[in-house]
Design a binder for this molecule. Sequence first.
Ligand code: SME
Length: 161
Amino acid sequence: MALHEDVFARIHSLLEGEDDWVAAMSTVVCELHHSFEHFHWTGFYRTVEANVLKIGPYQGGHGCLVIPFDKGICGAAARTGETQDVPDVHARTEHIACSSTTLSELVVPVKNSDGDVVAVLDLDSDLPEAFSSSDILFAEHLCRYLGAKYFSFATQDTPHH
Ligand code: SME
């Protein structure tokens, strides 16, 4: 089984029956960080109020705690609802360098059933152009899966945070 398929299958199995979003994020970042050598920082930022992201579970060095939607690569993903593939972080003036060693970044939004961005998955690498098209498709598939599992509301129920 290809690595991406194998990791997704493991995450799917690990989250079986788990309805707690914090537990899910923690499990996902652990599995991702230890499965892909080029993921040097792996974490979620959560939408905690209108146009504000706050750090969630992560693996790697300290990440900045708060990112407004108009700042950084994470803010761009949250603001646009679009994946941000950044092969060279120095080419994006809005990049926030939580680590001086980061050279490339991939940020993928997690959306609820209304299409609102409820979190972003932030992947940083110390390698240039580290994220392949397979990484991008995998991360987008994973974030769609997480959005559907934890943020699809037929009623007013909300997941445990
Ligand atoms: N690089 C991100 C900030 C988060 S730290 O990298 C963990 C950005 O530009 O939004």
